[in-house]
Design a protein. Structure first.
Length: 158
């Protein structure tokens, strides 16, 4: 079995997608390839997000927001969107999850911690699904994600 590739996408790639990618790297290790991107990337990662991740022992201070590209979507087996709307290209054969999460932009750390914790739970569920592990809950059991399989045409990518 090949190593699954996961792309987390939000608007600015400065908060939610950075946290999700960091948690999946942390918990998944070499069992998964992880990327993140934004439809309109910010200049830097949100400092309050860096702070709340450091509280969990995960350093994302060296991360930089990245631009979402069709190529990054095409390389991914799973694309998890977090409020990027229609900006994410649809690629046949790629599985899509849309996680409804509050945007941490402009919020203090105490308001970001519940979002961080929600993301970590969802990432653990996703990892269990990707690796076939029995730990955690399946994403479909949590009611927090909607699964969409891309159509078999490429018109949305062009």
């Amino acid at each position: 079995m090949s190593v699954p590739e996961v792309l987390f996408v939000c608007i600015h790639n400065a908060g939610r997608s950075q946290m999700a990618a960091a948690f999946l790297r942390h918990h998944g290790g070499d069992r998964v390839i992880v990327r993140s991107a934004g439809s309109a990337p910010a200049d830097t990662v949100n400092p309050a997000v860096v702070q709340v991740m450091a509280e969990r022992g995960i350093d994302i201070s060296g991360e930089q927001p990245k631009k979402l590209t069709t190529e990054s979507v095409e390389r991914s087996d799973f694309v998890i969107t977090m409020g990027c709307g229609d900006a994410c290209p649809i690629v046949p054969g790629t599985r899509y999850l849309d996680w409804k999460l509050d945007d941490p932009a402009g919020r203090p750390a105490e308001e970001i911690r519940p979002v961080r914790d929600d993301i970590e739970r969802r990432v653990q569920d996703l990892l269990a699904e990707l690796t076939g592990a029995t730990a955690g809950r399946a994403a479909s059991d949590t009611g927090t994600a909607a699964m969409v399989t891309a159509p078999s045409t490429r018109n949305a990518v062009e």
